[in-house]
Design a protein around this ligand. Structure first.
Ligand SMILES: [Zn+2]
Length: 160
């Protein structure tokens, strides 16, 4: 799934009980932590094409960080720690494992497969790429429908 969708899904589904923007940031972090440390220096150096780089071009450490940030095992440990600190923080953090659940079926084995049990296992799904037309458009259509439903529900609540 594209990173903007991850943020919106996290904010819309988990931001109600906590904070939209906090949940949205947690929804974006798995990709941001994996890719931005590599991409930002290249973009600042004028290598804008780095954004469109194929997975084979990324250095191995990017894939290792990606595997860590896309692990339900690691996310579970972070969730447990955050809940012990502040429950609302832990609830907003659920946008992170939601990101992983979206990525499992929307990444192919050739393009950053989501090894959701890393480091215990390299098990992954050879899914359908999120860039595929009907997946991409279906995702944004689902976001638009959910947004409209939430807006209608808020309007009804205000009228009562
Ligand atoms: Zn991701």
């Amino acid at each position: 799934m594209d990173v903007i969708s991850h943020g919106i899904w996290g904010g819309m589904l988990l931001g109600k009980r906590t904070n939209f923007w906090l949940a949205a940031v947690f929804g974006i972090l798995p990709d941001a932590l994996a890719f931005l440390p590599y991409l930002i220096p290249r973009i600042l150096a004028g290598e804008l094409s780095a954004i469109l780089a194929r997975p084979q071009i990324y250095p191995p450490w990017v894939l290792t960080v990606y595997n860590c940030t896309h692990s339900l095992v690691i996310a579970g440990m972070i969730f447990y720690a955050l809940c012990r600190i502040r429950l609302d923080l832990g609830l907003a953090f659920l946008a992170w494992p939601l990101h992983i659940l979206f990525d499992i079926p929307t990444h192919t084995a050739a393009s950053f497969p989501t090894k959701f049990l890393f480091p215990l296992s390299h098990l992954h799904c050879n899914g359908i790429a999120w860039r595929t037309g009907y997946i991409f458009l279906g995702n944004w259509l689902a976001i638009a429908i959910l947004y409209l439903l939430q807006a209608a529900r808020m309007q009804i609540a205000q009228q009562q």
